[in-house]
Design a protein around this ligand. Sequence first.
Ligand code: FE2
Length: 370
Amino acid sequence: MQVESKELAEDLLPLRAVNHVEIFSGNAKQSAYYYRQAFGFSLVAYLGPETGVRDRVSYVLQQDKVRFVLTTPLQEDGIIPFLSKHGDSVRDIALETSDAEFCFKTTVERGARPVQEPHVINDEHGSVKVATVATYGDTVHTFIERIDYDGPFLPGFMPMPEDSIARPVGLKHIDHIVGNVDWDQMQEWVDFYINVFGFSRFVSFDDKDISTEFSALRSTVVSNHNKWIKFPINEPARGLKKSQIEEYIIYHNGPGVQHIAIETDNIIETISKMREQGVEFLDIPESYYDDLLDRVGPIDEDIEPLRRLNILVDRDDKGYMLQIFTKPVEDRPTLFIEVIQRKGAESFGKGNFKALFVSIEREQERRGNL
Ligand code: FE2
């Protein structure tokens, strides 16, 4: 087993980061266009009938270190029941490792449900070892170990020419991926990541301020040791209004990924471009900005662009952060994307819950789900 840093040596599993997120989609060709034009991803690799795969197509989209894979079935197979049950949704949070076999064996021994045994896939670019285990709902984790691979994505995928329609917006890497689980299931899945994956509870400033009254959710964050993999787990809670997590669980037909948070180092520039390119974000009440500096203290940015773009700010004991949430990226009110810029803060923006939930509830009300 190859361990590359002291930090990794302290982990149960030699995991480095999220390798990619695979989204099962009803029409990957059209979704890919949306993520390229609106979110700025480039199409870098493709798999389908042209590469000898008969039953599905996959488009690999990349922006800096963020990779989304959009997959659509072409024939009756295991993907169709997933799609009819959940709609477009995250199937796989794939994790990069130096030892896929060890990750699979260890997690299965500790209680993970095996989905695919470790095996090597290869093409003219080299070999990769993969293995898959299940997590909440119909979501899985594939462990990806590059043995000697220098191709565009994974063996079997063909490289694509430089993407002439992608409009990059400065998204850098995945900061965290949030799972929604059912009523009273949060602790079970937190324990799963602690006991089976060897993750730790990620204690942040947020934990001290459980505002379930407004948020109608409970949330606990788990992470690996190097903190490059952070998974907040949400469950619905009884609050002033119907929980947005409950709405998710109903429309998604069970647990699944609620949002993917992606980091930028210039959120004003990133969100200006994304808005120009047609991404829709949650509207924030004007009053949020009136007393913003009283709440969060001095910040480097001018208030005006934040107000115009509806970017939120929160502070913890380590610094501050800026964040914004898209509206759901499909017709069901399920998956959405967060863009975040961290300026020292390690937390997840609980200080924004009250302002945010006014906005989320307004959207829920428009859908008749409040
Ligand atoms: Fe988040």
